[in-house]
Design a protein around this ligand. Structure first.
Ligand code: GH3
Ligand code: MG
Ligand code: MG
Length: 524
């Protein structure tokens, strides 16, 4: 088998120790154990304060006593007393650095108890009388320590009682008078009471102080939070203000500009110092101010506004802007300007396109009079209007005579030109805004004549008939005239229902049919 080398052996020993630590009896191991919380009846800070008080008291009462012995009495006593003082001071240094706290307190307890025993054995001579004084600060110290201190103090009291009044009849005890012992016990009790109440007062005061501290900390924390959120908000506002695509003006009661953002400067071309102090109305086009005067009064009354404004740039040209505003605190008004010039141009182009589209949708492509679709709409609207106004609505249907033959003879192109000429002629006859000429289909036209009685309609139809013939468009294949002619059917109705306008078309169609039957180129 391979033998272990030195390091391995040492490691094994450490391992062994870890597994089986040296077991001491509990009352010994407890003394050396660094158990946190054994003295936790008061906190470390208080105990340190107690120890300091005790040390001061001990040094004041015992140290001079030790020096006295060094000069006049026994060297042994003086060395032990001075040594004890040094030991106490050393303990204080350890506590000051937070070292071996429990050990220091516990060794002290043992030493003082032994001292007490030693004192008893010394008997009642003058020296030991002085050493008794030493026990007072000890009591003070332990009573500060509350529960644990109480135990030690009771032990001490018990020891004294047994020593003096017990059944042992010890020689050492005989030297003290009962008065001295009683006096000692009474002083001990008084000191206990005083220190206990002092400690209580101290803890109340401390709690109060801690509470105040806590409140103060909370206030500081709240203030810090508020400040942080304020700076956050300021940053956000700044970001909005600087990064906005709108030009922003901050104006006062009179409309004088007191603040502006970079966007408005680049929109108008002004330098900041030139814009600040100007009145906002001086930037707006005069005509716009005439249409919508300055909104400041409205804004100050708390309303929000939105108007279109032309703003003059530094070079004199105008930007079309959308102005919106709102009153802020401190009588200030924020005005936002969005440049809508391009949007407006696009809108206008769109409107024009829409109008063109609308025209296309309602105009006949060949003759440029209204188309069938428009006719339907107008007829519907006028029918309802006449129904409401209890007036009559006239309708004329016109059809080109022998147009098939015209096409056959002259060709469709000439036919189309002929239709355009007829449409223009028909259109030239009507003058009232409500009248309409529309291409009904093929070579048929229709005229809507609101608020026109039968006589009026017949007269217009007659004029149309004559006007077309007077165009003198040659038609060699017509059997009624050497020129192109039209036949017209007239109908007039006073609408009695809202939706029976088809009757009117039917009547006009019948009249047109009769005109054709009766020989064409006429009005029926
Ligand atoms: P009438 O009405 O007198 O009875 O005879 P007509 O020859 O006009 O008869 P019909 O209504 O049957 O003929 C319509 C003709 O109109 C048919 C077609 O050749 C011609 N027409 C219809 N629409 C157009 C058009 O847009 N352009 C041209 N050039 N001709 C058209
Ligand atoms: Mg026809
Ligand atoms: Mg015809």
């Amino acid at each position: 088998m391979k033998s272990m080398n030195k390091t391995e052996k040492r490691i094994n020993f450490v391992e062994y120790q870890k597994r089986t630590p040296i077991k001491l009896p509990p009352f010994i191991s407890n003394i050396f154990a660094e158990k946190p919380g054994r003295f936790k009846q008061t906190d470390g800070e208080t105990r340190f304060f107690q120890y300091t008080v005790f040390l001061m008291a001990a040094l004041i009462t015992t140290f001079p006593f030790g020096l006295y012995h060094l000069i006049y009495g026994s060297v042994g006593i003086s060395i032990s007393i001075v040594g004890l003082c040094l030991f106490l001071s050393f303990g204080w240094i350890l506590l000051y650095h937070g070292l071996f706290e429990n050990l220091v307190y516990r060794i002290n307890s043992i030493i003082f108890l032994s001292f007490l025993v030693y004192l008893m054995i010394l008997g009642a001579d003058q020296n030991s009388m002085m050493l008794w004084m030493y026990l007072f600060p000890l009591a003070v110290f332990y009573l500060f320590g509350r529960k644990e201190g109480m135990i030690w103090t009771l032990l001490m009291v018990g020891f004294i009682v047994v020593f003096f009044f017990g059944p042992f009849d010890m020689d050492a005890a005989k030297g003290y008078s009962s008065f001295f012992v009683l006096r000692f016990l009474i002083v001990l009790i008084i000191i206990s009471a005083v220190t206990c109440s002092f400690e209580r007062f101290r803890s109340i005061y401390k709690n109060d102080l801690e509470e105040k501290n806590l409140k103060l900390l909370e206030q500081i924390h709240e203030r810090e939070n508020a400040e942080r959120s304020l700076t956050d908000r300021e940053l956000r506002y700044e970001a909005i203000y600087l990064g906005a695509i709108e030009g922003i003006l901050l104006v006062d009661n009179y409309g004088d500009i007191i603040e502006c953002n970079p966007q408005i400067l680049s929109m108008l071309g002004y330098a900041e110092e030139d814009l600040i102090g100007k009145n906002v109305s001086s930037l707006v086009h005069d005509d716009d101010l005439k249409i919508v005067p300055s909104q400041l009064d409205q804004l100050h009354s708390g309303k929000t506004i939105q108007v279109e404004r032309r703003l003059q740039t530094v070079s004199g040209i105008y930007l079309l802007c959308e102005e919106s505003g709102k009153r802020l605190k401190n009588n200030l008004v924020i005005l936002l300007y969005r440049d809508i010039t391009e949007r407006k141009i696009a809108e206008m182009a769109l409107e024009r396109a829409n109008q063109a589209l609308d025209k296309l949708a309602h105009i006949d492509g060949l003759t440029h009079v209204a188309n069938r679709r428009r006719f339907d709409k107008v007829l519907e609207a006028e029918w309802v209007r006449m129904y409401g106004e209890k007036k009559c609505l006239g309708l004329i249907l016109a059809d080109v005579d022998f147009f098939k033959q015209f096409n056959d003879l002259y060709g469709h192109q000439i036919g189309d030109d002929c239709l355009v000429s007829i449409a223009t002629a028909l259109n030239s006859v009507i003058h009232r805004p409500g009248d309409l000429v529309a291409r009904y289909g093929g070579e048929e036209f229709v005229m809507v004549l609101p608020d026109t009685n039968l006589d009026g309609c017949l007269r217009i139809a007659k004029i149309m008939n004559e006007k077309v013939e007077s165009l003198k468009i040659e038609h060699a294949n017509s059997s009624v005239s050497p020129f192109v002619t039209i036949s017209l059917g007239v109908a007039v109705l006073s609408p009695d229902k809202k939706d029976n306008r088809a009757d009117l078309i039917g009547l006009a169609d019948k009249a047109l049919y009769r005109a054709k039957e009766e020989g064409r180129n006429r009005v029926c």
